[in-house]
Design a protein around this ligand. Structure first.
Ligand SMILES: *[C@@H]1O[C@H](CO)[C@@H](O)[C@H](O)[C@H]1NC(C)=O
Ligand SMILES: *[C@@H]1O[C@H](CO)[C@@H](O)[C@H](O)[C@H]1NC(C)=O
Ligand SMILES: *[C@@H]1O[C@H](CO)[C@@H](O)[C@H](O)[C@H]1NC(C)=O
Ligand SMILES: *[C@@H]1O[C@H](CO)[C@@H](O)[C@H](O)[C@H]1NC(C)=O
Ligand SMILES: *[C@@H]1O[C@H](CO)[C@@H](O)[C@H](O)[C@H]1NC(C)=O
Ligand SMILES: *[C@@H]1O[C@H](CO)[C@@H](O)[C@H](O)[C@H]1NC(C)=O
Ligand SMILES: *[C@@H]1O[C@H](CO)[C@@H](O)[C@H](O)[C@H]1NC(C)=O
Ligand SMILES: *[C@@H]1O[C@H](CO)[C@@H](O)[C@H](O)[C@H]1NC(C)=O
Ligand SMILES: *[C@@H]1O[C@H](CO)[C@@H](O)[C@H](O)[C@H]1NC(C)=O
Length: 549
């Protein structure tokens, strides 16, 4: 390493672990207990906990989150284990400057060498460029919060690791070498900016510092269009973005655009979140730019962990007390990061939003926002949602370069969705139903108002389809869905002005079979509306939703 670390940067930080509220402490202890059970103390890594479970291998990213948790807990061998993890992970960091994956970290320690004949470098598969950001920001938290526990040598190793990380991350240019890191890819770009800004300052590297400020400014300019992240209304990745913005606000010097804008951006994200959140349904109303499920009661969305930390356990995952009953349960491994940052971050959540996390209140509302994700959006997206206590409907008007939006993924882009409250049956507690458009076109106009979801494809034709992913009815309800009339808890009718064939094709995308596959482990009914042959009018489908009395 040529450069030497600036001496000012090694000041001792507070000698205490972050102070956790009793609520956060409860969440932290529970999840650390889960992770203790998958920690392999011989290897010094957590086992891989993705679904489907891998037979044996470990995993790097969650292990670093766990290391932060170990330092926070600081009991028995915790510090020793954490230091061992930090050294192993940085030892496995890619060290050849010529490689596109330079400065990134192994996905798991037993993986074959990336770039060998048997293990081609395949971005997001054999190596994941976003892990520079994920692991880099966790290491930064460790350096900043727990320097007194790990000592100067380990701190120095971390700083050097982040310096290399930042150089490797500077190779990322959206649209080049199969990379997609545009400023609009909010969560990794927020992490990249802070890792560069931090490492540049630590090593007095003015170019690296300036690069971090420049990345940050690009994100801020997009944000300022309507005080929203480009990666808008995302139950999982909002949580990652909020943690990155907390690093902007907490660890950058006052002169940085990150320190100047981080707190306001955190507040604005929460303000939007509060506007779109329905505490009765315990779901963020759609539309969502990216999602890993259609009902936040049934999978671990990182925002649910934030809600837990702010409003308490009673306000999330109503349908399950047990994490292993939820899809995407591995995202619970992010809890140490949410917890350690909570005492700083949670003070930035406006009180009016905290109230909305706890209770819907009585009055319904309509919410409008805009978001913009160049180069995938030809125009700013216009988002409208109507929220009432027992039904929410949201829609996104967009014109994009690819089907599936910025992540090019029809399974996670959810541009029009309704949710409703379902009463308990004899066999199942009250629950939430959903009706979600599965995107098949590059442009959509969605018009949303009380009870209505009106959709048209401005570039559609007689071949266009409207496919909806629809929840199965609760246990004790109608088992076989044959059309709109057999969806329980809600009455859905096709309104005037629609020109689709009113009888949808119905298929089941089931865990054990059917005509199509589950998405993100959610099985669903597929209701597909087609156009009468030879229609020349633009496809239009106007749907009205009412709670069934
Ligand atoms: C940083 O990268 C250089 C090679 O570019 C390598 O020699 C050094 O060991 C790396 N530092 C760490 C902490 O991995
Ligand atoms: C300055 O930083 C940018 C972005 O990180 C990088 O592309 C460029 O090569 C750096 N230039 C020098 C002279 O280090
Ligand atoms: C955001 O959009 C709303 C609705 O169109 C508008 O009222 C508001 O002024 C916009 N805010 C900004 C910061 O552009
Ligand atoms: C159903 O509700 C009851 C009463 O609130 C609760 O004790 C039970 O845990 C719930 N069951 C499930 C599966 O969530
Ligand atoms: C969003 O609204 C703006 C202003 O009304 C309009 O210019 C733009 O075309 C709309 N975007 C889409 C994708 O419909
Ligand atoms: C949707 O279409 C229905 C039926 O034509 C109409 O009554 C309603 O006003 C429309 N709502 C919105 C928000 O566009
Ligand atoms: C979408 O944007 C492109 C590029 O500006 C334009 O050519 C096209 O007509 C737009 N599509 C719609 C449906 O507005
Ligand atoms: C509708 O548009 C698609 C894509 O532009 C085209 O492939 C298809 O042939 C068109 N169908 C009709 C019936 O015009
Ligand atoms: C939904 O069903 C249609 C057939 O009606 C099929 O073409 C389409 O692939 C299915 N979509 C999904 C997401 O399963």
């Amino acid at each position: 390493m040529r450069v030497s670390i600036a001496s000012v940067s090694l000041m001792a930080v507070g000698a205490q672990a972050a102070k956790l509220s009793p609520t956060v402490q409860g969440m932290f202890d529970g999840h650390m207990g889960n992770m203790d059970q998958i920690f392999d103390s011989t290897a010094g890594y957590l086992y891989n906990f993705y679904y489907p479970l891998a037979a044996g291998p470990h995993e790097t990213r969650s292990t670093v989150w766990y290391a932060a948790g170990l330092l926070q807990r600081n009991k028995g061998n915790d510090v020793k284990n954490a230091v061992r993890i930090i050294n192993s992970v940085i030892d496995g960091q890619f060290k050849n400057k010529e490689d596109q994956w330079y400065g990134d970290y192994q996905k798991y320690p037993e993986e074959p060498t990336v770039g060998t004949a048997a293990y081609e470098p395949s971005i997001y598969d054999t190596w994941d460029p976003n892990w520079r950001g994920f692991i880099g920001s966790a290491l930064m938290i460790i350096y900043e919060e727990f320097g007194h526990l790990i000592g100067k040598n380990v701190q120095h190793t971390i700083a050097e690791s982040l310096y290399n990380n930042s150089i490797g991350d500077s190779y990322r240019v959206g649209g080049v070498d199969n990379d997609n890191l545009y400023p609009a890819y909010s969560n990794p770009s927020l992490m990249r900016a802070v890792v560069s800004g931090w490492a540049g300052r630590k090593f007095n590297d003015k170019n690296m510092t300036a690069a971090g400020e420049m990345y940050a400014q690009e994100i801020i300019s997009l944000f300022n269009i309507n005080d929203t992240l480009s990666e808008f209304n995302v139950p999982t990745y909002y949580g990652v973005s909020l943690s990155a913005l907390t690093l902007w606000a907490k660890y950058m010097p006052a002169s940085s655009v990150m320190a100047k804008n981080g707190p306001r951006m955190i507040e604005d994200i929460w303000t939007a979140f509060g506007d779109f959140y329905n505490a009765r349904l315990q779901n963020l109303a759609g539309p969502w730019d990216r999602t890993y499920g259609w009902d936040m009661n049934k999978y671990v969305a990182i925002m649910s962990l934030y809600i837990w930390s702010i409003a308490g356990r009673d306000h999330v995952f109503s349908s399950s007390e047990k994490p292993w009953l939820l899809a995407h349960a591995d995202d619970g491994e992010f809890v140490p990061i949410v917890s350690i940052l909570s005492s700083f971050h949670n003070t930035l959540v406006p009180a009016s939003v905290v109230a909305r996390l706890k209770s819907f209140g009585r009055s319904e509302r309509i919410v409008h926002r805009h978001a913009y994700s160049p180069p995938f959006d030809h125009q700013v997206r216009n988002i409208t949602s109507w929220l009432s206590e027992k039904i929410t409907i949201g829609g996104d008007s967009y014109n994009q370069t690819v089907v599936g939006g910025a992540s090019k993924d029809s399974n996670s882009f959810s541009p029009a969705i309704a949710h409703w409250y379902r009463d308990a049956t004899k066999l199942q507690n009250s629950s939430v139903g959903y009706f979600s458009l599965h995107p098949s076109e590059k442009s959509l106009k969605a018009s949303v108002g009380p009870h209505w979801l009106n959709l048209t494809y401005p570039a559609g034709n007689a071949s266009s389809v409207f496919t909806f992913a629809v929840s199965s009815n609760p246990l004790g309800g109608t088992r076989d869905v044959t059309g709109l009339a057999s969806i329980n808890g809600v009455s859905i009718s096709i309104g005037e002005g629609s020109n689709v064939d009113p009888t949808p094709k119905v298929s089941f995308c089931g865990l054990m079979g059917g005509d199509c596959s589950p998405i993100h482990n959610f099985e669903f009914w597929n209701l597909t509306f087609t156009m009468p042959a030879k229609t020349t009018a633009l496809p239009q489908l106007n749907l009205r939703f009412d709670i069934k009395a």
